[in-house]
Design a protein around this ligand. Structure first.
Ligand code: FAD
Ligand code: 2HG
Ligand code: ZN
Length: 481
């Protein structure tokens, strides 16, 4: 006798009727492996889903939410599952539905005169960039996970990335949303308007809400003209103070042409060199920090190059840099960016680590790094700092790698919470935020009440209660239980 793969609960049967049997995956079929949806990208947490549901259009999303609301079954929205704070995977209870948006990946429309593109939430960021490029435009959101993250996830987390210094976070790139709310009703907000003062800004409320207030099904995003030329440079800098001074000079000399300004410490680059020697990291051995700069020019390459060279010459003269190279061509430029984007993978290859994505006013970053480095060196024997990130935005990935040869799990057990407290206390002292771009998810849920303004938190709770009184959408994330 064979056992039927069909699950028995009325909710699963209803979900199969809504989305089709092939798009409702459960553990009852032993041949189906749900781990890709249940495990987070860093492999720190593995949950258990009641089912993975993959709707194909907005009406199906709305029907799924109504069915789950009637059955009081929580929903965890998921895009590319590249999130770094455990926000898009189910908890271990086996009672939550993962709502995977990846089948909803169409580009619905491009409006060249309005400079907008409308896409479904499951559209992979790289495909969105490619669609914009094919139409002769730039969609500037850019991050290391762009080959698998989705625009719905980018909006859900208000992702940052490497172009924020010029174009802003995902929020600044969005003009309209289509959302299914916790009652299963559809909000048709794909206006594409640059001005609309008709009351509360629900779009901005949804963006960055990490799937706790509504399910984003589509978005209208801004397009930009493609730059006439884009050049990338790599500079060795003698200190964090010098990196901040170089940033100031780059703003002054390049104005809106400055589209990227990333900093990387020597240990981070050493990890890339160790695990990916073929990438040939330049200039890293004799300097504590390197900086990656991008100049996007609206005139031509010659103009961009002479502007960039003048900037770097001035930086060398003033001691803000000790050496620098400008990429000769697109291949070299891509190679330099690839090195920067490989730090996360190199860290993972090296072993377990503690991640932070903090922001501090740029002017205060040198003092923050000096003091916090000294504090951690005192408290954590053999600490290895992997310090890199979007200095142009005041956003550092102030990461801590387990000491050389240490048992990673034992290190995390002993130090993870303490290190988080030391670092976040410093962030607070320096007037910063404990999450600049990755969000709160489950990972920082216990820390948020300690570092967020209590009145702001109370207002956030009131909003959640008003919009999702059943606590159906991604419960336990951002605000906790
Ligand atoms: P998921 O991981 O699937 O989900 C993330 C959150 O959004 C969850 O809370 C989920 O519930 C919610 N969500 C997903 N889809 C929807 C939807 N349709 N409606 C409502 N809520 C939804 N992040 C940065 O900000 N900057 C970086 O530079 C950056 N670089 C990265 C590099 C690497 C190598 C990796 C692995 C990650 C990086 N990230 C970065 C983190 C991650 O890629 C981003 O948070 C991204 O926006 C997540 O998109 P996703 O589609 O994978 O979302
Ligand atoms: C980046 O900027 C990402 O590369 C990931 O935000 C940061 O790995 C990290 O800590
Ligand atoms: Zn980042």
């Amino acid at each position: 006798m064979t056992t039927s793969p069909q699950p028995s609960t009325p909710l699963i049967t209803e979900l199969r009727q809504i989305c089709g049997s092939a798009n409702v995956l459960t553990h009852e079929d032993p041949a189906t492996d749900l781990s890709p949806w249940e495990q987070d990208w860093r492999k720190r947490v593995k949950g258990r889903a009641l089912a993975v549901v993959r709707p194909g259009n907005t009406s199906e999303v709305a029907a799924v939410v109504k069915a789950c609301a009637a059955a009081n079954t929580p929903i965890v929205p998921q895009g590319g599952n590249t999130g770094l704070v455990v926000g898009g995977v189910p908890n271990g209870s086996g009672t939550q539905i993962v709502l995977s948006m990846t089948r909803m990946n169409a580009v619905r429309a491009i409006d060249p005169a309005n400079l907008t593109i409308t896409v479904e939430a499951g559209c992979v960021l790289q495909n969105l960039q490619a669609a914009a490029e094919a139409a002769g435009f730039l969609f500037p959101l850019s991050l290391g996970a762009e080959g698998s993250c989705t625009i719905g996830g980018n909006l859900g987390t208000n992702a940052g990335g490497t172009q924020v210094v010029r174009y802003g976070n995902t929020r600044e790139l969005c003009l309209g949303l289509e959302v299914v709310n916790a009652q299963g009703d559809i909000w048709h907000g794909l206006s594409g308007l640059r001005k609309d003062n008709t009351g509360y800004d629900l779009r901005n409320l949804m963006i960055g809400s990490e799937g706790t207030l509504g399910i984003i099904t589509a978005a209208t995003m801004k397009l930009y003209p493609q730059p006439a030329a884009q050049l990338t440079a790599w500079a060795a800098v003698p200190s964090m103070e010098a990196a901040v001074q170089l940033l100031g000079l780059a703003h002054q000399r390049l104005g809106p042409g400055l589209t990227g300004f990333e900093v990387m410490n020597q240990f981070a680059l050493g990890l890339v060199d160790k695990h990916y020697p073929q990438l040939r990291v330049p200039l890293w051995q004799g300097t504590p920090w390197c900086v990656l700069l991008e100049n996007s020019d609206s005139e031509n390459e010659q103009h961009a190059r002479s502007q960039f060279e003048a900037l770097l010459e001035a930086a060398l003269e003033q001691g803000y840099a000790s050496d620098a190279v400008v990429a000769e061509n697109l291949t070299q430029a891509k190679g330099l960016w690839h090195i920067r984007e490989s730090i996360t993978m190199a860290q993972a290859q090296e072993g377990l680590n503690i991640k932070h994505d903090i922001s501090i006013p740029v002017s205060r970053i040198p003092a923050f790094v000096a003091e916090t480095d000294a504090l951690l060196a005192r408290e954590v024997p053999g600490v290895r700092m992997v310090d890199f990130g979007h200095l142009g935005d005041g956003n550092l990935h102030y990461n801590v790698q387990a000491p050389e040869g240490a048992d990673g799990q034992a290190f995390l057990r002993e130090f993870e919470d303490k290190v988080n407290t030391w670092v976040f206390d410093q962030v607070k002292r320096f007037g910063g935020s404990i999450s600049a771009e990755h969000g709160v998810g489950e990972q920082k849920v216990n820390k948020l009440p300690l570092y967020k303004d209590p009145t702001a938190l109370a207002m956030m709770r009131a909003v959640k209660k008003a919009l999702d009184p059943q606590n159906l959408l991604n419960p336990g994330r951002v605000l906790g239980k």
